[in-house]
Design a protein around this ligand. Sequence first.
Ligand SMILES: NC(=O)c1ccc[n+]([C@@H]2O[C@H](COP(=O)([O-])OP(=O)(O)OC[C@H]3O[C@@H](n4cnc5c(N)ncnc54)[C@H](O)[C@@H]3O)[C@@H](O)[C@H]2O)c1
Ligand SMILES: N[C@@H](CCC=O)C(=O)O
Length: 544
Amino acid sequence: MATGFYKVPKAVNEPVLAYGKGSKERESLLAMYKKMYNEKADIPLYIGSEQIKTGDTVSMHPPHDHQHELGVFHKADKKHIEKAIDTALEARKKWAKMPWESRAAIFLKAADLLVGPYRDRMNAATMLAQSKNMMQTEIDAVCELADFFRFNVEFMSQIYADQPISVEGIWNRMQYRPLEGFVYAVTPFNFTSIAANLPAAPAMMGNVVVWKPAETQVYSAQVIMEIFMEAGVPPGVINMVTGKSSMITDIVMNHKDFSGIHFTGSTPVFNSFWETIGNNIKKGLYRSYPRIVGETGGKDFVWMHHTADAKAVATALTRGAFEFQGQKCSAASRAYIPKSKWADVRKFMEADLKSIKMGSPENPENFVNAVIDKRAFDKLCGYIDQAKKDKDAEVIIGGNYDGSKGYFIEPTVILAKTPKYETMCTELFGPVLTVYVYEDKDWKEILEIMDQTSIYALTGAIFSQDRYVIDYATDALENSAGNFYINDKPTGAVVGQQPFGGARGSGTNDKAGSVWNLLRWISNRTIKENFVPPTNYRYPFLEV
Ligand SMILES: NC(=O)c1ccc[n+]([C@@H]2O[C@H](COP(=O)([O-])OP(=O)(O)OC[C@H]3O[C@@H](n4cnc5c(N)ncnc54)[C@H](O)[C@@H]3O)[C@@H](O)[C@H]2O)c1
Ligand SMILES: N[C@@H](CCC=O)C(=O)O
């Protein structure tokens, strides 16, 4: 097909729109929010070219307005999952052979559709489904997602261009085959961009996918499917199914052509997948070893040295811990502050948090919105109530909540009297930050404690103005975070700039939106061609 070594457009990060007062983009987005709020969605399963409405439905509600119904989505039963797998495997016959330039064009088109005609719809859907304010949805559902599509296209072309050396009479080639089978993408509620990227990245590399979004994200997942279809992803390449997670996983992982899992979500769920896959390998069920890629939980830290600026640290904590209600895997959830600076950090945080407004994302003045659902709300309120009772803790900021209209929890700061207090160690995934105040002189010991406090190693930030201290802490915390920040908050990684992912209990660290991630979705074939094959078996020294 291709009659040239085509070069893909250079990827650049999508500029984030400001949504300032009186701006056209703000007006247009709010109009779309109102329109979608008043419609009733009826979301089918997307299997091949069919949109299946099973009649077995689940209703959807904005977390900040849970009495309002956004519509319903339809649930699959066993036969739909089997059909999705069969359809994917059928689609693979053509998709795996499609020239890479055509696959690239589809995802570049998806990016342009997203930042153009779909921008408002994608943002409004994410505001409604996940209770993100305008800025949080813009950086996630539009900019990060467009970046995933465009940068991955560039990384794909770099991978394909990488070829082995050849010697006289021999031409060596590397064929970057998709995996033999289908990939299962299981995605979290909190980032629309991650939900789209997990099926898109393997698909871009020529794989076919069965995609199961989180129940609380299905509303915005539908818009992703609309974009995929309009961009030209052929029917059957990405099949979106919704329904009981354990039933879907059971059918998928017991299929001999299951070739990989692309997961983002909590650590226990990922562990259960690994266990199932391991047991099935033992039974000899699979054709190939499935690729297991999972980005999971975090207990992300901010550490301050006494040489750091208190206002900068307080700002990093306010944004890092409470943007999107702390529901980022990267969110700062434990902070270590030296005694000499604590009064200042606390004063600045109190002032910041007092000025924060909480409510619906439809009102742009609300910095904080609702947590995702009742389960999360109850769990978080339970930890806050416990901290109010515990001798080892004190709730010093916030601590109030109200679930009557929406699942609203005030940004809450707990002061822990021991560095191993429960909320210093366990991922809560909400607007709760725990602070431990240490003696300035003990800064080296505290770094050691930090490294040993949680099972996770996702993100972390250190603040200091002393370069020796920065170097020491960077070294001491080498394995404590896959994304490490110096004098910055631990959230907000940008595709192409800070490839994202962590190790230990935080996942396989394959760095979403990078070459390293895409490499997991191919299975190379090395091809050696000999132009003039030898016709004499003898070694030179055996010549007669
Ligand atoms: N490391 C990262 O890059 C990253 C990014 C985003 C979120 N996260 C993590 O995700 C979690 C929050 O997201 P969540 O609440 O959606 O996570 P979750 O683990 O509850 O759900 C993730 C997905 O797994 C599915 N699932 C849950 N139980 C299942 C089961 N038994 N079988 C099959 N599927 C199942 C869910 O339906 C959802 O689609 C946090 O732990 C957060 O740290 C990590
Ligand atoms: N990439 C995002 C986190 C995604 C996880 O939830 C960040 O860096 O804040």
